[in-house]
Design a protein around this ligand. Structure first.
Ligand code: ADP
Length: 225
């Protein structure tokens, strides 16, 4: 369970978020929509403990993440997989190596890497592109590597900040399908977008943020701005 309790985040005079209360249940798929500058990224940064609220608290599995000592943050963030608009892949490593490298960095041994990477590549429909480098892949394929990398630690939650922002509609739809599959396997997904087609394809709960305020929370998957 994720709970934002009356969260305000100010940067100087700018209120990036204002009095936001939001709960997200385990295994939920939540779309967060809003214009550029509405506060979507700020919401995700607070959840990753990259920023601290000015007021209010953010809870993850009943723990106020602002109470976590720095030494515990690393472990906390391992529960969360992240995907960004700009993919953030290592250019001189193949699809396989990008995922394997992240597993190595997470302390996994060679046997685990050898057994898990092919499974992950299969899950993101990239088994046939394992030896391709990022610049030999389409935007959608690059994003699928990034999603594969985000799930190596079997996270409880995936945070995706505008994951389809650089993709055409067909690739965007493929990415949505993969997030849906991962969600069906039991992972909570929180995704920001300003693409109506993406929201409609997800078809789940939609939270709308406008100038820092949570202005709508629709279970039916409506996109209204
Ligand atoms: P979104 O992701 O919806 O585009 P953001 O959360 O990035 O919106 O930004 C919300 C508001 O907070 C914007 O007005 C933005 O300019 C401001 N903001 C975000 N990060 C910072 C920062 N590090 N310093 C100052 N202002 C910021």
């Amino acid at each position: 369970m994720i709970y934002f309790d009356k969260v305000t985040k100010r940067y100087g005079d700018t209120a990036a978020l204002e009095d936001v209360t939001l709960s997200v249940a385990p295994k939920e798929f939540l779309s967060i929509v809003g214009h550029s500058g509405a506060g979507k990224t700020t919401l995700l940064k607070l959840l990753l403990a990259e920023e601290r609220p000015t007021d209010g608290s953010v809870f993850f599995e009943s723990v106020d993440i602002n109470d976590l000592p720095n030494s515990a943050l690393h472990h906390y963030r391992r529960k969360i997989g992240t995907v960004f608009q700009d993919f953030r892949l290592i250019p001189n490593k193949t699809a396989y190596e990008n995922i394997a490298f992240a597993m190595e960095a997470a302390g996994r041994d060679d046997a685990e890497i050898a057994s898990d990477v092919p499974y992950i590549l299969e899950l993101v429909n990239l088994a046939d592109k394992a030896r391709h480098f990022p610049d030999q892949l389409s935007g959608g394929e690059k994003q699928r590597i990034a999603i594969g990398r985000a799930i190596i630690n079997q996270p409880d939650l995936i945070i995706a900040d505008e994951p389809t922002g650089n993709l055409d509609p067909i690739n965007a739809f493929e990415i949505v399908e993969i997030f849906k599959k991962i969600n069906e396997l039991g992972t909570t997904v929180m995704l920001t977008t300003h693409n109506k087609g993406v929201v409609d394809a997800i078809g789940g709960r939609v939270v709308t943020i406008d100038r820092g305020r949570l202005v709508r929370d629709d279970v039916g998957g409506e996109y209204i701005l």
